[in-house]
Design a protein around this ligand. Structure first.
Ligand SMILES: [Zn+2]
Length: 190
């Protein structure tokens, strides 16, 4: 039996115990998903800081927050990191099971944190990319250009252009947007 076989037989992991035989099956897909997903995610993330294009906004929504694609990526990333550490540590000595439980919980915690952080960034970016009707006279911005409260000196601006100007989101438009989003699209508000 080779050293590699010994390493594989001796490895012990929280994730291996809770997923059983599926660990190897799933982690087989994990490496390609991480190799392909990481550059795509990083490029899109970088673009969100450089431009405010609708196409980037739509694509980033698909690969961030709690989207199925991002959840699959996070699970894959956790499995790959877990597997890499196990193989590396196992070359010397198999880690104690309780350590892998702590390690597993830390990885899951980091994964959930990444989902929340990217979800918040995605909401902010959607606001930045969206067009709003700005009523500077009343210090309001509107979502609906036919809003009853809209003033006569309104101009259109993207979210990033009006951020930090102390404008208030119109109450009527807020309710309308809530109704619209609950029936169709996710949140688009700072
Ligand atoms: Zn309004």
């Amino acid at each position: 039996m080779s050293d590699k076989d010994n390493i594989i037989e001796e490895r012990e992991s929280f994730f291996i115990r809770i997923t059983g035989d599926f660990y190897d099956f799933v982690s087989g897909f994990a490496i390609p998903i991480v190799l392909v997903g990481t550059p795509i995610f990083l490029v899109l993330l970088g673009l969100t800081f450089l431009c405010h294009w609708d196409i980037v906004c739509s694509l980033f929504s698909l690969v961030s927050g709690f989207s199925l694609l991002f959840l699959a990526y996070i699970i894959s990333l956790i499995l790959v990191i877990d597997r890499l550490l196990l193989y590396r540590v196992s070359k010397e000595r198999a880690p104690h099971y309780s350590l892998t439980v702590i390690w597993g919980i830390v990885l899951i915690g980091l994964g959930i944190t990444l989902c929340f952080v990217t979800n918040n960034h995605n909401k902010q970016y959607k606001f930045d990319c969206a067009e709003w009707y700005v009523d500077e006279e009343n210090h309001l911005y509107h979502w609906n250009k036919k809003c009853d409260k809209i003033g006569s000196t309104t101009h259109v601006a993207k979210g990033y252009e009006i951020r930090g100007q102390g404008l208030v989101f119109c109450d009527y438009c807020k309710d309308e947007l809530d109704d619209y989003e609950s029936s169709y699209k996710p949140i688009r508000r700072p």
